[in-house]
Design a protein around this ligand. Structure first.
Ligand code: 5AD
Ligand code: SF4
Length: 427
């Protein structure tokens, strides 16, 4: 019996999908990339922005046909939107067999067991040895939930308060991933650096993960600026496996907006943190998340975000148009920004990031970079793709034998947030 997984949203969701996939594989199911072959179809939803939720729901709508095409098929809906709208989902799509909210992902194994036990008599289980996914760069969830209350954000509602996985459990998972072929580990959590377990803090976890045999690189997302302590920075700087790049969401460059968002830091504090990071790790790269069109955002507030992008020298930024989420404080703030203005500001920032990005990336032409080769390129499967320690994607004409290798590639040209390497120096 085969299963197919469709994931919406963030890396956290990708990791959850992998975790649920492992539960199904442990029960003898095999993962397929083709929904037509599958008996179980799992849609892992996201509700952080309305757009992500809409896309997942329209996919679920289409599954009614998929289900009736073959008897015994099951539809499972999981994740943040499932947590938020369980009753609605069950009402609107009565053909769904199982809804698992984001707070219950850890119980998925037990639920899947019951789902499979309810199966009809078409016993086409393969009971093959579970095929492990040999990912070179793998994600390990270290904490779930969020204790913050950023006023735009639905995560604390759908994922609940922070819980931390025991350090031994995390290290066990890291060893498992390495066993399956991983060389790079990204530690995941909504505010990953708030991690604590008995006397251990996030810096201890970084050190311990880096010390696992076979781990060449360690990254983590998403940290909160508040917990970027001196000790974490110091650990990043001295532990060689920890990469010199950081995705550190800032959300806005305006203190008025940061306050209204309840981010718990000022623009100045963020900038001095960025400086501290660069002093500790010269050459490190910083990327970020930005929200445009938060309620009350004036042209002046927006300009401050523009100037922050230059001041903090972000390498890359994910720009989001503010999306009101039901029951969050910002959704009912009076001065909502018109959609057209959000779109216009979004475009302006995208343009700015593209300009900065192409300047920064162009500097790499002719340089040699070291990459960890991950596998075929997503855009062109005939080529291989890897990443530098600073998290830049490098595409080159390699082959499967380069997978998992750390190698030097000479950059010959650049594309949109991608470096292209010269195949000539590979041999
Ligand atoms: N509207 C727009 N963007 C949002 N994010 C979170 N909630 C919202 C929202 N309601 C963005 C933040 C966060 C990223 C994961 O999603 O920038 O860092
Ligand atoms: Fe949402 Fe803020 Fe928690 Fe991040 S820190 S998940 S933005 S509430």
């Amino acid at each position: 019996m085969k299963f197919y997984v469709r994931t919406y949203g963030c890396q956290m969701n990708v990791a959850d999908s992998n975790e649920m996939g492992r539960h199904l594989m442990a029960k003898g199911l095999i993962q397929t990339q083709d929904a037509d072959e599958a008996t179980i179809l799992l849609v892992n939803t996201c509700t952080v922005r309305q757009h992500a939720e809409d896309r997942a729901f329209s996919e679920i709508g289409r599954l009614k046909r998929w289900k009736t095409k073959q008897s015994g098929r099951k539809v499972v809906v999981t994740g943040c939107a499932a947590e938020r709208t369980k009753e609605y989902l069950e009402d609107r799509f009565p053909f769904i067999d199982l809804v698992v909210g984001a707070k219950s992902i850890e119980d998925f194994g037990e639920m899947a067991h019951r789902l499979l036990d309810k199966r009809s008599t078409d016993e086409d289980f393969d009971y093959a040895v579970p095929s492990t996914d040999e990912k070179i760069a793998s994600f390990v969830t270290v904490m779930r939930g969020c204790n913050y209350s950023c006023t735009y954000c639905i995560v604390p509602y759908v994922r609940g308060r922070e819980i931390y996985h025991p350090m031994e459990q995390v290290l066990g998972e890291v060893r498992d991933r390495v066993e399956e072929g991983a060389r790079e580990i990204t530690l995941l959590g909504q505010t990953v650096n708030s991690y604590r377990y008995s006397e251990h803090r996030f810096a201890d976890l970084l050190e311990a993960v880096a010390a696992v045999d076979g781990v060449e690189r360690v990254r983590f997302i998403s940290p909160h600026p508040y917990y970027m302590t001196d000790r974490v920075i110091e650990t990043m700087a001295v532990v060689p496996q920890v990469c010199d790049s950081l995705h550190l969401p800032v959300q806005s460059g305006s203190n008025a907006m940061l306050k209204a968002m309840m981010r718990n830091y000022t623009r100045e504090q963020y900038v001095s943190l960025a400086e501290k990071l660069r002093r500790a790790m010269p050459g490190m790269t910083l990327s970020t998340d930005i929200i445009v069109g938060f309620p009350g955002e004036t042209e002046d507030d927006f300009e401050q975000t523009v100037s922050l992008i230059r001041e903090a020298q972000f390498e890359n930024a994910f720009i989001f148009k503010y999306s009101p989420r039901k029951d969050t404080p910002a959704a009912t703030m009076s001065d909502q920004v018109p959609q057209k203005m959000k779109e216009e500001r979004n475009q302006r920032l995208l343009q700015l990031m593209n300009d900065i990005g192409s300047q920064k990336y162009n500097q790499f032409i002719g340089r040699q970079v070291q990459i960890l080769v991950e596998g075929p390129s997503k855009r062109n499967a005939a080529r291989m793709s890897g990443r530098t320690r600073c998290n830049k994607i490098v595409v080159f004409e390699g082959s499967d034998r380069h997978r998992g290798q750390v190698m030097d590639v000479k950059v010959t040209r650049v594309g949109s947030f991608t470096l292209y390497g010269d195949p000539a120096i590979l041999e």
